[in-house]
Design a protein around this ligand. Structure first.
Ligand code: TRP
Ligand code: ZN
Length: 885
């Protein structure tokens, strides 16, 4: 067992050591069991004596009884892997305290007391990256969701809000920069080359928003003046040498601050806003009050090292964390079941922000693609849960695409139903009503009802029921009456613990097109509320073409009886960009699923070629949209539709369709690539669009003519003055059997040696290659000197990419499954939170054909048999094997 996870290795803590011998059976926490805290902590003072090997923490808590809770004489303080070095109550040694597992129970007689506790931390051995840990010699914290209890004993639950004062001291040479939440209120020199700083955060906050950073950092600074004239000092802190790659992050921050004022009326509320980039980080970033901490991959960007997609991700995540200042920090969550209250809403806000900064229709297509690739499989599998879950064992496992992305879709539907002005009135009321509080999803829904004037009684089902509704639409034309009737049926599939479902309210945007004129008589939003219902529209002498779920107005799986001709019509004519994309995707999907069953359909393939040609020729759309329309559906989305799927057969069908398109459209694609290659690099939309279509053209051409395309891609690689072109070309070449392959991969590695984020790309490019020997490559890369299990970005670059590459993961003999299970077992003792994120890939066995499904299950059983599994991995493995659902 790893030292960082073994409480018995803590000196002087016999109670904790005894409790840790037999791991307790995982406890299930239930939403309906919520009770308010018996004690509140209005104030806390923290004093850190910093060191990478040993950090001493003294916490002084002002505690008082909660008048709104049942009387309890005992103060419950959470702890995790920490020991009590000293405990005082009102300045005197505490009496009668005890440990319950790793938590501290302290009986208190009075109404209010001052509790002081000292703990000793070992940041250098904290490989879980939760609590206080060391990364490249600097110290930083991650407290959400339950990391604060790894720093000190505290009621570590989001409904306990405290005012924080933080003092820290340490060697000045090692930690020249000392940061925490709020504003710096004092600082000075100490003895023996030490210095100290004091930070005060005037806003009461839950412990998960506490943060501290100490290290050798340099900043890009700027200022922002808020709408009411508050001048805010901004800083983006990075390791020396990285400062030239922070311009885009700073610009994104300033744009976010301005946007939140304009779009939501939200103003920043401190004199300081700090961002720190850290290379060892479990997730994307963290919204700690006034001190956001980021994974370097969502901060560092310049044209030479970051793709256009990376630039977008930086903008989106910087926005996301900034927007949490209101949706998350000023209004926080009562308990972790309410996580979507802050995450769903904040994802919607970052999506709206990115749409406003770039292209709204392209952003919508990208967001739906992510939802379908990540959330739909979750919602139809063994780990399905409502956006507001009812129970959990380990909360870290519920930072999911469902809570985040489906959560955003649910609030987006409110926006659709209310319209922008009324939605804004609803959000204004929500912020006003709950400012300074720990709120619930119900509070949000109620504020939307009151402020936006919506009746959301049935709509609350979106918070309660898991599963993606399947909606079938069928159009019937009555020539005599000149009417058309739309029959809509819905089915919400059973999910674990929810065998029977109620019909959902669904705002379904439709338009009815005239086949001859190519136009429609206006968009309608239908309010679907029943399992089956019909809508009749007059004024249709001829049968119209149905365009449904326009803009993806609801997170549903839509099935229609549209003919290929209808889809081809919509792919060419629909004035809703999403619907146009969707029509093409449906054509592709039909062809691919059909090809696996009975071979390609020549008529449909011809229609697809025609539709794709029209997309390439259409001068009315920009290249950003063109690139989007040219993408074939992902295998992981097709697996959902084909279940039980043969992923390799799907992959092969997809490759054949690419080859067919590449052959039939060769002249158009080369002309497109030639034209786009003349456009010089910039971050403007036309230049970004050119790079996008270039890579899409290469992908299709490569399937048709290996030698020619390899030359073209090599030329693009060598001529590239930016990462988008270079990575796009290399990704195409790495899938081909050409001599340039090894040469260019070596060139890329040499060129970027020492740049961790680009070396991650080098690993990922090889793990995503559509080649038969990719598992050999992954195995070899795991032994490469640049590989380490200690850095989550590196582990994900190699193994998450492989797991998402169907031709590798679903290798016929089960080798891909075995490699992922081996990884989980090896990573679990180091970093359980990151290890648990790989389990859902194996949990999808029910969607896969029986032979592979059995191999996947066998790996889950092998993991389940390991006694020392973390709570994180144990929960995911057990649920993935459960066949009761
Ligand atoms: N709240 C973070 C966000 O913005 C998520 C997060 C960051 C997180 N680090 C974490 C969640 C560690 C759990 C554990 O979405
Ligand atoms: Zn978030």
């Amino acid at each position: 067992m790893d030292i960082a996870r073994n409480p018995t290795s803590i000196p002087g803590n016999p109670e904790l050591a005894d409790a840790a011998v037999e791991p307790a059976a995982p406890e299930t926490i239930r939403r309906l069991d919520y009770t308010p805290p018996a004690w509140l902590v209005p104030e806390i003072a923290l004093d850190f004596d910093l060191g990478v090997e040993l950090t001493k923490v003294r916490a002084t808590l002002k505690v008082e009884r909660n008048p709104d809770a049942a009387a309890d004489q005992t103060l419950h303080l959470c702890g995790d892997n920490i020991a009590v070095m000293e405990l005082l109550v009102d300045g005197k040694p505490a009496e009668g305290w005890s440990m319950s597992g790793s938590n501290l129970l302290l009986p208190l007689a009075g109404e209010r007391h001052e509790v002081t506790v000292e703990t000793h931390l070992h940041p250098a051995t904290n490989s879980q990256l939760m609590g206080l840990y060391a990364s490249n010699g600097m110290l930083c914290t991650q407290c959400e969701a339950e990391g604060f209890r790894r720093i000190t004993f505290f009621p570590d639950r989001p409904d306990v809000l405290s005012r924080y004062t933080v003092r820290m001291s340490g060697p000045k040479a090692e930690f020249p920069i000392l940061l925490s939440n709020g504003d710096c209120t004092a600082s000075g020199e100490g003895e023996n080359g030490t210095h100290w700083a004091e930070w005060t955060d005037p806003w009461p906050k839950p412990s998960y928003l506490f943060a501290l950073v100490a290290g050798d950092l340099v900043a890009r600074t700027d200022t922002f003046t808020t709408m009411n004239g508050r001048k805010v000092d901004l800083a983006v802190w990075v390791r020396p040498g990285d400062e030239d790659r922070t311009e885009h992050a700073m610009r994104s921050l300033i744009n976010s601050m301005k946007w939140d004022e304009e779009a939501f009326g939200r103003e920043y509320d401190l004199d300081t806003f700090n961002i720190v980039a850290v290379s060892d980080f479990n997730m994307g970033a963290m919204e700690n009050k006034g001190l956001n901490i980021f994974n370097t991959r969502y901060i560092l960007a310049d044209p030479d090292t970051a793709t256009d997609g990376d630039f977008d991700a930086v903008e989106g995540v910087v926005g996301h964390e900034y927007f949490h200042n209101w949706s998350g920090n000023r209004v926080t969550c009562r308990d972790w079941f309410q996580l979507s209250l802050k995450e769903g809403f904040t994802v919607l806000r970052d999506q709206m922000f990115s749409a406003d900064m770039g292209s709204e229709p392209v952003k919508r297509i990208e967001d739906v693609r992510i939802l379908r690739a990540a959330q739909f499989p979750e919602d139809s599998g063994p780990l399905a849960h409502p956006i507001r879950p009812d129970s959990y064992q380990e909360i870290s496992n519920f930072y999911t695409a469902t809570v985040y992305n489906k959560g955003a879709e649910v609030i987006r539907m409110m926006h659709t139903m209310a319209g922008p002005e009324r939605f804004r009135a609803g959000s204004d009321l929500y912020f006003e009503r709950h400012d300074g509080e720990a709120a619930t999803c119900e509070d949000f829904v109620k504020a939307m009802e009151d402020g936006a004037g919506l009746d959301l009684s049935q709509f609350r089902l979106w918070y309660e029921q898991a599963g993606t509704p399947r909606v079938t639409v069928a159009l019937k034309h009555d020539a005599a009456a000149g009417t058309v009737t739309l029959d809509v049926k819905q089915l919400v599939p059973p999910t674990p613990g929810q065998p029977v479902k109620k019909p959902m309210p669904i705002p379904l945007k439709i338009a009815l097109f005239d086949r001859d004129t190519g136009s429609h008589d206006g968009e309608r939003t239908l309010n679907i509320t029943k399992a089956a219902e019909s809508f009749t529209f007059g004024g249709f002498a001829k049968p119209p073409v149905l365009s449904a779920n326009r803009g993806f107005s609801a997170p549903i799986q839509l099935e229609s009886e549209a003919t290929d001709a209808d889809l081809q019509f919509l792919a060419a004519k629909d004035d809703d960009s999403f619907a146009r994309y969707e029509a093409l995707q449906q054509l592709f999907t039909r062809e691919l699923l059909g090809a696996v069953e009975g071979g390609p359909d020549e008529t449909r393939r011809a229609a697809i070629v025609e539709a794709m040609a029209a997309v390439i020729d259409d001068r009315a759309i920009d290249d950003m949209m063109r690139g989007e329309l040219m993408m074939l559906p992902a295998i992981n989305f097709l697996i959902e539709l084909a279940a039980p799927a043969d992923p390799v057969a799907l992959h092969e069908a997809r490759e054949r369709l690419k080859a067919y398109l590449g052959t039939r459209l060769r002249d158009r694609l080369t002309a497109l690539h030639d034209r786009a290659s003349t456009i010089p690099y910039s971050l403007e939309a036309d230049s970004r669009g050119a790079r996008k279509v270039k890579t899409q053209a290469l992908i299709l051409l490569a399937a048709a003519d290996v030698a020619e395309t390899a030359k073209r891609a090599e030329t693009q690689y060598r001529a590239a003055d930016n990462m988008t072109d270079r990575q796009g070309a290399l990704a195409v070449i790495s899938g081909l059997d050409v001599p340039a392959r090894g040469e260019l991969l070596a060139d890329f590695h040499a060129r970027y040696a020492g740049n961790a984020l680009v070396i991650d790309k080098w690993f990922a490019i090889q793990a995503s290659a559509l080649r038969s020997d990719v598992l050999d490559a992954v195995e070899a890369l795991a032994g490469h000197e640049d590989f380490t299990m200690k850095n989550p970005n590196r582990v994900r670059a190699l193994y998450m990419t492989m797991a998402g590459n169907p031709s590798a993961f679903h290798d016929a003999g089960g080798r891909g499954y075995r490699m992922i299970a081996d990884l989980v077992l090896a990573l679990d003792p180091i970093n359980p939170q990151t290890a648990a994120r790989f389990v859902p890939w194996l949990g999808r066995w029910r969607k896969i054909e029986p032979v592979r499904a059995e191999l996947m299950r066998a790996e889950l059983m092998r993991m389940a048999a390991v006694k020392s599994l973390s709570k994180d991995v144990r929960e995911q493995v057990t649920k993935s094997l459960d066949t009761s659902a």
